[in-house]
Ligand binder design. Structure first.
Ligand code: ZN
Ligand code: ZN
Length: 211
């Protein structure tokens, strides 16, 4: 399993354009899932090109929540790909998508890949199971990291967390994780890196996380 950050507030790979927003490609079990689409389609597609990611080869798009910095590139992706779009019920738009799947409750998307369901009527997170363990990809974590990890736990032991964690400062929760990549809107990246140096993975566009 591999997660490639395509769009982020910072650039890990200096050839890529940093911009406020988030998107990553999750490759697991022979599926390519585009998680969120950043703020601007042009930057998204450009960064994809530099990362050798062909938008037409994406199997599905997963939208965490209806904020512009996560949905902004969706229409541009849909021009190049008409795969299924999984979006939380609270997410408007995406009318140009041919196959939309609206998410309320937790859902098995395919073998070993799940949605937490829409939590607190705002956001869903992507869950990938690897044996007894699961990795969680979060957009902004508006419902709260504890709620997201709790919802993902039904699918296995949460050991990896990647994405935007917003104002998350409940750091004890990281004790149970093996890896954490706090990025995008995460306010306390530095604190997490300092407290858990052996678990911390820096984010940024172009960062590849192999699990
Ligand atoms: Zn947000
Ligand atoms: Zn955001």
């Amino acid at each position: 399993m591999k997660i490639t950050i395509i769009y982020d507030n910072t650039a890990w790979d200096k050839n890529l354009t940093p911009d406020w927003g988030f998107s990553c490609l999750v490759e697991a079990y022979d599926r390519k899932i585009l998680f969120d689409t950043g703020a601007k389609g042009e930057i998204l597609l450009n960064n994809m090109k530099k990362l050798d990611i062909d938008p037409s080869e994406i199997d599905m798009v997963f939208i965490s929540h209806d904020h512009w910095d996560h949905t902004g590139g969706l229409l541009d992706v849909l021009k190049k790909n008409q795969g299924s779009v999984y979006l939380p019920n609270s997410c408007k738009g995406a009318d140009k998508a041919v196959n939309t799947v609206r998410i309320n409750d937790a859902l098995k998307i395919c073998e070993n890949i799940y949605s937490t369901g829409e939590i607190k009527h705002i956001e869903q997170s992507l869950v990938i199971r690897i044996g007894d363990e699961v990795a969680v990809v979060a957009g902004c974590s508006h419902p709260g990291v504890r709620e997201i990890v709790g919802a993902a736990s039904r699918f296995g032991n949460v050991t990896t967390l990647v994405g935007g964690l917003h104002g998350f400062n409940d750091f004890d929760l990281i004790d149970d994780l093996k890896k954490i990549c706090p990025t995008h809107c995460t306010q306390y990246i530095q604190e997490i890196a300092t407290l858990y140096p052996e678990k911390y993975i820096p984010g940024g566009a172009g960062k590849i996380i192999a699990l």
